[in-house]
Ligand binder design. Structure first.
Ligand SMILES: [Zn+2]
Length: 325
């Protein structure tokens, strides 16, 4: 191991749990790729290794570089965990997508959405190699994965989980988050969750609020959800925190899109339960004339919605969850 120039955090090339002493926490820079100067692009890695044996739980954030709430979730988790009382290991990756995070953007620096190209390619362009090495050197070490996201720019979300509810352990991990909404969603190709699933690593995606900000209440909820998973996996001796929210379970979800451009206002609230045919949004032209109204295509619940008025044709209006009956 060599030292990184800007601090005394050791630089590594691959996660090796045994580098961290039992009952302690280690911080590392993991080199994935290098830039045009040949300088390493390092991923921050936090390892809490328990005294006793147990699984390896991976917690990742900022696969999209402007989705920040997961970062303090991981920081606080590591602040609160007593590695001497832990069984197994927690690996926290507070920022997955370094080039995007630095630029405060969603996408990798070649314009690619990293969460659409997992597990990447061994030989390929920069984002695919980055994705490949991230999976090979980091994710393959995990037994379970919680991947923390937020809404995208111009949109807001309820606190919701995407999970394959047909898998018992995945369903349990999702329910333990005490979220507003769970959407049953078999892992789709290209996501980090999907790549983990292909490796038989049970994984869920948590959508923790809004982009480009830290939201205290949601960060607290995120920490609680991870803590509940640690309890369930018998990695800590604590009690599962009260599941006081009535989580709404959706069998599917769909986006409703604009078929014309203009100034959009969405007139329903997050978590609002909608009836088919209920008005959800209207579009005005720049002179203030109403040019279009949109209605709920079926019964459902508002998972997320646009808060950005200026939209072209194809703009997203609302993310509708179809409530499981
Ligand atoms: Zn995301």
């Amino acid at each position: 191991m060599q030292m990184n120039g800007q601090s005394d955090i050791p630089q590594i090339e691959e996660i090796d749990i045994t580098n961290t002493a039992k009952g302690s926490i280690g911080y590392y820079w993991l080199k994935l790729i290098s830039d045009g100067f040949g300088s390493p692009i390092n991923v921050p890695v936090m390892v809490a290794r328990g005294m006793g044996d147990g699984p390896i739980l991976g917690v990742t954030a900022a696969v999209h570089g402007n989705e920040l709430n997961g970062i303090p979730v991981i920081q606080r988790l590591f602040n609160e965990i007593d590695a001497k009382e832990l069984r197994g290991t927690i690996v926290g990756i507070p920022v997955v997508n370094i080039p995007a995070f630095i630029r405060k953007k969603r996408r990798f620096n070649d314009g690619v959405d990293l969460n659409h190209i997992m597990p990447g390619k061994k030989d390929g362009n920069i984002s695919s190699v980055y994705a490949y090495r991230f999976i090979e050197r980091i994710v393959k070490k995990f037994d379970y994965l919680l991947d923390l996201h937020t809404a995208s720019t111009g949109r807001i979300n309820s606190y919701y989980v995407r999970a394959d509810m047909s898998q018992t352990i995945v369903q349990k991990m999702a329910l333990l988050q005490n979220a507003d909404i769970i959407v049953h969603n078999p892992p789709s190709d290209g996501t980090l969750r999907g790549a983990a699933d292909d490796l038989q690593i049970p994984a869920i995606t948590l959508e923790v609020g809004n982009p480009s900000t830290f939201q205290k209440r949601l960060i607290r909820s995120g920490v609680e959800g991870v803590h509940n998973v640690l309890c369930h996996l018998d990695m800590v001796d604590d009690e599962i925190a009260d599941l006081d929210r009535d989580t709404v379970i959706c069998s599917a979800s769909k986006w409703i899109y604009m078929d014309t451009g203009g100034l959009l206002s969405v007139n329903v609230e997050l978590r609002e339960v909608l009836k088919k045919g209920q008005k959800i949004a209207e579009v005005r032209n720049v002179f203030g004339t109403k040019i279009k109204e949109y209605f709920a295509p079926e019964d459902g619940i508002v998972i997320g919605k646009s808060i950005s008025p200026v939209n072209q044709t194809g703009g997203r209006i609302l993310h509708l969850g179809i409530i499981k009956t």
